[in-house]
Design a protein around this ligand. Structure first.
Ligand SMILES: [Zn+2]
Length: 515
């Protein structure tokens, strides 16, 4: 029997297989990797119709899997529906951007923004309702902080949207909302389905340009709807694992759904539970108080559940076949998450995930290891670590030095999956920060970081047999990079993604900007 020739071969490269060292070349057939090896061995798999791509020494590796993403939010910024404030360098610049948007859109039209981060502004304070009223007296304005755990609304917005929340989640004077108050607010001003579809398309294009072909997304009802519509039309060119908010757990169980329902593109993932907020919103739950003062907030942040409540939710989700995805940033929240997983008798087979895991104690990591918990971390959060940064200002030197401890996680043999949380959406940037981290507990080798952003993330999504490394039989989800990341670790963030392949098809090709 003669073998069918490959559809496409990539030769003369530096192939980082992630699982089995290095190779030079790779053959693709029917969307999957057919063989990996030396150029001479791969060449013989080509037939007259085979496309031959000479990598000329460029690096080839599996495409990135972003294990924690909010694609619709990102896409809405790309399409301009949401004003992107992540590049603003001062409070006054942010206000100027809003003023321009108000002028452009005209009286009465909503201005929604996202991405502001007071910790990098010289003013070092949150936006306020009064700030926004001054520049937008006749437009409703709502601006989410970079972490999404806080939102500032002006008077017009608060007239149109009703907010009912405790005083630690809603300060009407400041126009400041936190946590569930933010969700409740945003649910009342959701974009139209067509706008969400357009946002997803834009988000997918951006993902391809960053070398990403799969994400673990945190979705809402209308996102699920839009993803399905795109997929039905064959227009969803990204593998999306949709993680559902715990608020919908009862309905999902009643309907008989469980984790992993779906196909190779669109799947139902885990149940997402928030146990605390964020350090930026100053409501991550800590054992020891924050060191900066703040009125109206508990000194040690806030747990969103009492333990028995959390235990019950985790147990129900687990017993009904759902993977758990528990957001826990502060040490007190991580403790609560680990205890709830233990009480539910979760084991390594279940691959429960703790998201962010920013301040774990050694004892908590030990317990996480025993329970087979996956650490789903975002190395790009290290942008807030270091001298004068948000973490040091809020938490002090000692805790800043042990925040985001990727090294300690791996040393404890806790499986690590990396993602971006969209801050920013960019794996190479996150990998750069992990590899070049200031503190030893945070630092990863290039190989470790690449593994966690590919095979590690695939494992967190139960897809390590299909994705995450260059091995025969796996999907040909690949990227070509301008440089081998292991050759100059201090320049990883300068590396350009040149090509991205999804199931063997080229979905991105870098065009050098004309001079
Ligand atoms: Zn997130």
């Amino acid at each position: 029997m003669t073998q069918m020739p490959a559809d496409r071969i990539l030769i003369n490269g530096v192939a980082l297989t992630i699982s089995k060292g290095r190779a030079q070349a790779l053959a693709i057939r029917d969307g999957r990797i057919e063989a990996v090896g030396r150029t001479a061995d791969i060449r013989v798999l080509a037939g007259p119709q085979t496309e031959v791509i000479d990598l000329k020494g460029k690096a080839l590796m599996p495409a990135f899997i972003d294990a924690h993403m909010h694609l619709v939010s990102q896409g809405l910024k790309e399409t301009g529906y949401i004003l992107d404030l992540s590049e603003t360098r001062s409070l006054s610049e942010a206000l100027e951007r809003v003023r321009e948007a108000v002028k452009e859109r005209g009286e009465g039209v909503w201005v929604r923004g996202r991405g502001w981060d007071e910790s990098i502004w010289p003013e070092k304070r949150y936006l306020t309702r009064a700030d926004l009223d001054r520049i937008a007296p006749k437009n409703p304005v709502a601006l989410s902080r970079v972490d999404g755990h806080m939102l500032i609304a002006n008077s017009q917005a608060l007239k149109l949207v009703s907010v009912t929340a405790d005083s630690d989640e809603f300060d009407p004077q400041q126009g400041l909302l936190r946590e569930r108050a933010v969700n409740g607010f945003l649910q009342q001003i959701t974009p139209k389905l067509e706008e969400i579809e357009e946002a997803i398309r834009a988000g997918v294009r951006l993902a391809h340009s960053l070398g990403i072909t799969a994400i673990h997304d945190v979705v809402r009802t209308e996102h699920i709807r839009a993803y399905q519509r795109l997929h039905r039309r064959g227009e969803l060119h990204l593998r999306v694992r949709m993680n559902a908010p715990v608020e919908h757990l009862d309905s999902l169980i009643a309907l008989g759904f469980s984790s992993d329902f779906g196909d190779e593109i669109l799947k139902l993932g885990a149940i997402k539970i928030f146990t605390d907020g964020s350090i930026g919103a100053r409501n991550a739950a800590l054992f020891e108080p924050y060191i900066d003062s703040s009125t109206g907030l508990a000194a040690t942040g806030k747990l969103n559940y009492v333990q028995s409540e959390l235990n019950a939710l985790v147990k129900v989700a687990h017993e009904n076949g759902f993977q758990l995805m528990i957001h826990a940033i502060g040490d007190r929240a991580i403790g609560a998450a680990v205890d709830a997983l233990k009480a539910a008798s979760v084991g390594p087979r279940d691959r429960a995930r703790i998201e962010h895991l920013e301040l774990p104690t050694e004892e908590q990591l030990q317990k996480a290891k025993e329970l087979g918990v996956i650490a789903s971390m975002q190395p790009n959060f290290l942008q807030w670590s270091g001298s004068g940064g948000l973490y040091e200002t809020r938490l002090g030197l000692e805790r800043d030095a042990r925040i985001d401890p990727h090294r300690a996680v791996l040393d404890m043999k806790v499986p690590l999956a990396l993602g971006s949380d969209g801050m920013p959406f960019n794996p190479l940037y996150g990998i750069h920060l992990a590899v070049n981290a200031l503190y030893e507990q945070q630092r990863l080798s290039v190989e470790e970081a690449l593994h966690a952003y590919t095979l590690g993330a695939a494992y967190a999504g139960f897809q390590e047999d299909e994705l995450g490394s260059l091995e025969p039989g796996k999907w040909a989800d690949l990227i070509v990079l301008s440089e081998d990341p292991t050759s100059s670790p201090e320049n990883i963030r300068e590396i350009q993604v040149l090509e991205t392949y999804l199931a063997g098809e080229r979905v991105f090709h870098y065009e050098e900007a004309s001079e």
